[in-house]
Design a protein around this ligand. Sequence first.
Ligand SMILES: Cc1cc2nc3c(=O)[nH]c(=O)nc-3n(C[C@H](O)[C@H](O)[C@H](O)COP(=O)(O)OP(=O)(O)OC[C@H]3O[C@@H](n4cnc5c(N)ncnc54)[C@H](O)[C@@H]3O)c2cc1C
Length: 407
Amino acid sequence: MGSRRVVIIGGGITGTLAAVRLRRAGWEVVLLEARYIGAGSSSRSAAGIRQQFSTLETVLGMRYSVEVYRHFPDEVGGMVVPIVENGYLFLLGDEAAQQAAARRVQMQRAAGLAEVELLDADDTARRFPFVGRDRVVGATFCPSDGFLRPEVVFGEAAASARARGVRVVTAAPVVAARHHNGQLVAVFAAGQWFEADLFVDCSNAWTPRLAEVLGATALPVDPIKRYLWFLGRGGAASAEQLSRMPMVISPTGAYCRPENSDTYLMGQAHPAPPEPDFTDDDQDRVDAEFDPRTGVEGRPYEVWAALAEVLPALESASGFHATTAGFYGVTPDHNPFLDVDPGVGGLIRAVGFSGHGAMFGPFSARVIEALAEAGRSLPSVEVLGRQADLSAFRIGRSFHHAEALVI
Ligand SMILES: Cc1cc2nc3c(=O)[nH]c(=O)nc-3n(C[C@H](O)[C@H](O)[C@H](O)COP(=O)(O)OP(=O)(O)OC[C@H]3O[C@@H](n4cnc5c(N)ncnc54)[C@H](O)[C@@H]3O)c2cc1C
């Protein structure tokens, strides 16, 4: 079979989990990160993990991710289980939303997600007393959804990778590439060439720029700014109630979950132009419209109000503590690319997570390993004893089956 050397580019959740996985499969692995482990979106994430998607393969893939995160110390390393299974509660605002949800729940159950439930207004109010009575027509709830501790994921994955013999090189932006007969054979970073049989692009929002360096296929991945706000609990909910709260998504798409027992994390996707030339510092830039300190007219207060509309306890929340931000790498159908590059040999692309990359991590690593072993595109990959069709993640797909549940 010859040598099995792989260079992974990008040290976030995707790259670090892929490094562990490929090393375990016997590859000699180098991980190159431009700055430091977790420097990109992985440390700026709401880190929600859900299996409630409208794309069947993603439901299956996320079921697999939940399993891996549950058994993280055995599967990856460290001593901490990084998943908090408080559930995801999608609140439904009208009949049309309820009908669409009923169809989705049927598909999700067919994909093996037995525990997902469709609730009417009465059930929702009884099971989740913090939801305002008469503010919703129902909800879907999956108790095994939840959220992750992302710093545990990439931190422990990088430590485990190092312990297993992966060479992790930080402060190493890839700035040049060498090809032979249409094959990528080496990349240049931190003053030296790294030769390998295979390369994996895990740069997500940076992939348009990295593709130019690598001579790779240009993929439609738009870096789009997203914010998170941290809001004090106030008196209406106890610390215990907040700690047990699921991720809640309002009918307008505003979402919140407990960050800790005294703080809500909240966010909402807003229309924003792609920023293809964003700098590292732009990740933390907070534009005036999104800064709660600018005044009560801005977006954060709008999102707070939208959530308080369905979660009355938030009316007495004590105010904003902090704002963080980062970039989504957004594709036209909100599904990632998990495929070999059709334009240059020896390159796998695992990018374009469109706000789902933390939860995709273990599934992405699984697909990367399968592609690496096959050395070509694959129609499907086996997860949890079933074949997950990979056509939704292929490079060159037509984007007509868009993921409907995007937050
Ligand atoms: C506000 C916000 C909320 C989010 N909420 C969720 C959520 O609830 N659930 C969820 O699953 N996901 C969520 N996401 C998305 C998730 O955080 C990302 O999809 C995920 O972290 C991507 O991980 P990654 O490892 O692919 O990329 P990143 O973590 O972005 O890592 C890419 C790395 O590549 C490095 N790099 C770039 N160029 C080069 C180069 N030339 N050479 C070497 N290295 C390079 C960068 O420095 C960076 O560290 C959210 C994101 C944001 C910003």
